[in-house]
Design a binder for this molecule. Structure first.
Ligand code: SF4
Ligand code: SF4
Ligand code: FES
Length: 254
């Protein structure tokens, strides 16, 4: 199928009918329209219901929510690069390649087609208590952060648990329980918060455990793929210093 000038958008999609099912590729063609994003293409494919060679098929499953690169739900591998489908513009993709290739992230279990189960990321957030406790015996209201502190911490708060940093990280594989760069960075964020610091020790212990900070191999892939440009390697270095300090203090206090 093509537009009046014959221009087409060709998408090759890795599909999987359910967890633990074999994957397979299907190719789809859409008439070219300017200013589409990948999510719109997936909507057009669902309406079409046919592959490029005319075979009837089921709609491709994908996940999305905010459609403005805030929720992280639509993260997938697009032309071999992990990113959000809602902000992946077709015109830019076609300027770099003849077709658009979509795959689910490989470091998470596939639920169906492009939908993956990101639970391991949320379990990691529980491990490091990624929240500010407000129902304890702490001095409230919270002391104010200085302008400099706010500027330093705000970028860390932009994490949307999308999974790009885990997808790119060589330490995230079936043999490890590595917590991931997102969780390390959020531990730094919440430990730097005046009220969040009430859980500082628990977060440091979580980072010391198996699967914690020590398993980071410092490959620095995470920082290169983070769509929110979070300074992940700075956070990893800061967390490392905090762990060293806590270990020395623990040793001196014995
Ligand atoms: S740190 Fe960046 S890449 Fe990792 S989950 Fe958060 S937003 Fe995504
Ligand atoms: S620095 Fe390397 S090993 Fe550590 S979290 Fe980032 S990608 Fe993974
Ligand atoms: S739909 Fe929320 S980031 Fe794409």
């Amino acid at each position: 199928m093509s537009d009046a000038n014959g221009k087409k958008i060709r998408l090759k999609i890795r599909r999987q009918d359910g967890p633990d099912q074999p994957s397979y590729w299907q190719t789809f063609e859409l008439p070219y329209e300017p200013q589409l994003n990948v999510i719109t293409c997936l909507q057009r494919i669902a309406e079409l219901g046919r592959t490029a060679d005319g075979q009837k098929t089921t709609p491709v499953a994908w996940d999305s929510n905010c459609l403005e690169e805030v929720c992280g739900a639509c993260t997938m591998v697009i032309n071999r690069r992990v990113r959000q489908a809602c902000s992946a513009l077709v015109d830019r993709l076609l300027a770099e390649a003849d077709e658009i290739r979509l795959e689910p992230m490989s470091k998470f279990p596939v639920v169906r087609d492009l939908v993956v189960d990101r639970s391991r990321m949320f379990e990691a957030l529980k491990r490091i208590k990624a929240w500010v406790p407000v129902d304890g015996y702490y001095d409230l209201p919270t002391p104010r952060l200085t302008q400099n502190e706010q500027e330093e911490l705000y970028p860390l708060s932009r994490c949307m648990t999308c999974g790009c940093c885990l997808e790119a990280c060589p330490q995230v594989n079936p043999k490890t329980n590595f917590i991931g760069a997102h969780a390390i960075s959020l531990a730094v964020l919440f430990n730097s918060h005046p009220t969040g610091a009430a859980e500082k020790q628990a977060r440091l212990y979580a980072l010391m455990e198996k699967g914690g900070l020590m398993e980071c191999g410092n490959a620095q892939n995470c920082v290169k793929v983070c769509p929110k440009e979070i300074p992940l390697t700075d956070s990893i270095a800061k967390a490392g210093r905090a762990l060293t300090f806590a270990s020395i203090k623990h040793w001196l206090d014995r």
